[in-house]
Design a binder for this molecule. Structure first.
Ligand SMILES: [Zn+2]
Ligand SMILES: [Zn+2]
Length: 382
């Protein structure tokens, strides 16, 4: 069935997107990993969150799924032949609702420990939107202007779509109460599990290797390219809380950071199997891949950088025109416009850093004539 895993046994078949599926995977080295697909409790294009359960110094779960999905997680664990009280710890790949939303309930019900990258617990008291949506540069101010998020007020930051917002606020409130027992640093290990800090999609993102496989969270996904962060700037009170090593925002946010983290995963070696948090199964088939997928994602961004440089030209164009040229109109409504535009902004920030484009005083985006991005992508993929 798969050349990447020695054995694949479906313990429960889900729908065509994989919702509620439970699969027993055996790695080449003989390690058994139960893959449990936890459905989102809202319509989602990314599909269920794939969580992974295995024995490693006690029963360990990677990710817990969304707020509102705890019952589905518990049911999937039972289907795999375990009970939640068997679980020793849940390792959160990063602080996004579809990964840590149900971690609090699990920790409580199972008396399990929450583990996450060290930076995660420092950022827990804050709403990530307050960090990510604060306009820190002229191009980000332009994004706010176009998407209608002009205000600097914390209360009104974020999409105006109220259902989404209510859910997000509920989640942020809930996770403030999380007690993190395991504060992970890059290079730490636990039994056979070895952690890597891979920021870029999220500042606290970790990947973890285990016997020829790597849990990639949202860092490396099949079929879809994870959303890179734009540059961020911490307020003084956040900076004061953070350990010295985590105060340089540019090392944890932005496309350049994300691409470097992708290279670190690609460098794990061609044989390493990817266990992603989404799309392990979709449209009725498995997406078993190796870490060469990380290089594919780097090349995807390389092509996008090239297209941006070509489209803006010497005469220049606006952020809005550039974004609308890249995405279908139907995808550019409401919160989706912000998502699409921030993706373009992440690329512009990198191109500006390496000197391939410049921002004029009127916020027009112009090419400088250089194509330094080619060398950058070459270094990251060789
Ligand atoms: Zn995510
Ligand atoms: Zn996710």
């Amino acid at each position: 069935m798969s050349q990447i895993f020695k054995d694949v046994v479906e313990l429960r078949r889900g729908d065509s997107e994989g919702n509620s599926m439970v699969v027993k995977l055996t790695t080449d080295g003989g390690t058994v990993i139960h893959a449990i697909a936890v459905p989102q409790d809202w319509p989602s294009r990314t599909g269920p969150t794939w969580t992974y359960l295995f024995e490693n110094e006690g029963l360990t779960l990677i990710d817990a799924g969304s707020t509102g999905s705890y019952a589905a997680l518990e049911d999937g664990i039972a289907q795999a032949g375990f009970t939640v009280s068997d679980i020793e710890r849940v390792v959160i790949t990063h602080g996004h609702v579809d990964h840590d939303g149900a971690a609090g309930e699990l920790a409580q019900e199972a008396d399990a420990e929450i583990w996450a990258h060290e930076i995660y617990s420092h950022l827990l008291p804050y709403n990530p939107w307050d960090i990510q949506r604060k306009a820190v540069s002229p191009i980000q101010q332009e994004m706010r202007r176009v998407t209608g998020e002009n205000t600097q007020s914390h209360d009104s930051a974020g999409p105006r779509h109220s259902e989404y917002r209510t859910r997000h606020e509920h989640y942020i409130g809930k996770r403030k109460g999380y007690e993190v027992k395991g504060n992970i640093q890059d290079g730490d290990s636990l039994g056979g599990l070895r952690f890597m800090h891979t920021p870029g999609h999220s500042p606290d993102e970790i990947c973890a290797t285990l016997d020829g496989a790597v849990f990639t969270g949202d860092h490396v996904l099949p079929e879809i390219t994870p959303h890179p962060t734009t540059k961020a700037h911490y307020s003084d009170d956040i900076k004061d809380r953070l350990p010295e090593a985590y105060r340089d925002e540019d090392s944890f946010y932005g496309l350049n950071t994300y691409l470097k983290s992708l290279k670190n995963v690609a460098d794990l070696g061609r044989e390493m199997a990817v266990l992603p948090a989404h799309r392990l199964f979709n449209k009725g088939r498995y997406n078993f891949q190796t870490v060469s997928r990380a290089s594919e994602i780097i090349r995807h961004h390389g092509r996008r950088l090239g297209r941006i440089v070509n489209r803006v030209g010497r005469d220049g164009t606006s952020l809005e025109a550039l974004t609308r040229g890249f995405f279908a109109r139907r995808k550019l409504i409401g919160g989706n416009l912000y998502a699409a535009m921030s993706e373009v902004v992440a690329h512009i920030e990198l191109l500006e850093d390496i000197g391939d484009i410049r921002l004029a005083d009127d916020r027009g985006i112009h090419s400088t004539g250089s194509e330094n991005y080619k060398q950058l992508i070459h270094e990251l993929t060789s």
